[in-house]
Design a protein around this ligand. Sequence first.
Ligand code: C2E
Ligand code: CA
Ligand code: CA
Length: 571
Amino acid sequence: MQELLERRQGLHRSVLIVDDEFIEREMLGAMLQDLYTVIYAENGMRALEIIRRDKLTLSLIILDLHMPELDGYSLLKIIRSDSELRRIPVIMLTSEKSAEVESLRLGAADFITKPYDAPDVVRARVGHSIELAEDSIIIHETERDELTGLFNKEFFLEYGRRLDDQNGHMPMDALVLDINRFHIVNELYGKDYGDLILQRIGDSIHALVRKTGGLACRSGSNTFGIYLPHSADLMEKLPKYLGEINDSMGDSKICLRMGVFADDGSKLDMDQRFDRAYLASRKLRSSYVTSYSFYSAELHNKELHAERLINDMDRALSEKQFKVFYQPKYSISGDKPRLSSAEALIRWFHPEFGMINPNGFISLFENNGLIQRLDRYVWNEAAAQIRQWWEKYGLYIPISVNVSRVDVFNPLLGEILRDITVRNGLENENLLLEITESAYSDQSQEIINSVSKLRKQGFKIEMDDFGNGYSSLNMLTSLPVDALKLDMQFIKNINESKKACRLIGIMIEIARLLEVPVIAEGVETHTQMELLKEYGCDIIQGYYFSKPLSPEDFEKLIEAETKEAKHADNG
Ligand code: C2E
Ligand code: CA
Ligand code: CA
């Protein structure tokens, strides 16, 4: 009874009752109408019309044996021999014992005897037949996933849409369940074990939807879709659901992730709900514990925006929407700060979104390799700029460019850079390469080899964000670098704590040990500058001196600087 009550909140299936006697139809209908959408037909011919019309949505047919024109047996035979109709289970209404055997022989799923049993018994038989039919391979084999017996994705979506239509689009929740790093399970323990895990999860999901009156599928090799009638307390139920699935796996090392779209009143299609659930699950990709995440519109908009930027990138490159800005670096070892070099920093002037800072797109492009094209563009621009300023002012102002970790793995990196310097008539040492410290820690030996090669070619390497990565002290001594660039975070805290100050002192010591200069970036105040100078820092970059500037604005700096230098010479 409890189960029936729970089912009442589930998706309504539709049931066709075929009986020529009005009273009989109504009595049976009354027992079922709370649980199902009930359709009536008063004779076999009319029934056949309805069955043909609703063949995709009918979940069950209840058929009286004795009717004028087309009787129950004949109709049953027609249904059973028609490949499009035979998936629909049929329950025969009989009053004779002898007819029961014949009905079953002809392929009826069950029979209900007249006069009717208690309503609960009738309901149980009807429910059971529907369940059995949905679970069985009478439904085309292609509609099922062989391993788990759950629906496959296409049928799941098709069937779910039909049920949605039929249920007046009642509120539904969509859940996507994934096994994190499943390929590793397969690799470590073999495919048979992997299959076993999938089967156990399948069984457990089966049990879940049976209880909630939902639907489920295996939608990918290790992904499951679960479509449930909306529950307001889903947030409380989820840990229980996940716990049950987890327990059934019997392997605590394997972790699951679940993305959830909870019905929010927006009348979405089933596939849109699942797209959103999937989006939510992607957030958990790198999780090492079983966890779940709810879809949020904010997350969705962020993804859409990211998608948009990726799409716009090509056009932006050809239309020169990307501009390289230059932030000056000042040498502070003398009595007066002197312009020594610059860092090239990209900006995107997007026709719709205005200026976008690199934090808005760099990591996005790093994830899909687009960064390599963008970086190349910046390197070219920077090299051309060095050349142009040399021609205009007779000075080589070294410019550092950012080299992302993806670039470092490119075996052709050295040649690409060389090609750029040659085309612009530069020496390799004019182009400084900033490589973030965390890149070194990833696959250290490979990176170290690649960077050493660049240095042999004459490029100067600055280790960016130093102190933020994970390089071991031990590794530091063998690092191929020409300068250390302190991570901005350290500078930020310098006023606040003695500890931060001492840390900076230590890092500068390390630089001394390696015999390379230290660059501090993110310097915003005079106090910070003075402190750093005291500690022996060589070069400063930060808002204290200047923000990153357009080439035109940077030229004003060069002009002021050269004027001053001349003045000093004359004086
Ligand atoms: P980064 O390489 O650490 O660059 C320094 C960032 O700090 C720049 O941010 C710069 O504008 C900012 N900055 C400089 N001085 C100050 C200061 O005094 N205070 C504060 N709060 N910030 C300061 P930006 O230009 O937004 O660039 C952010 C990051 O994007 C860069 O960090 C770099 O990792 C990356 N990036 C920028 N351009 C490129 C590029 O062309 N290629 C690649 N791969 N990455 C780039
Ligand atoms: Ca940098
Ligand atoms: Ca940095």
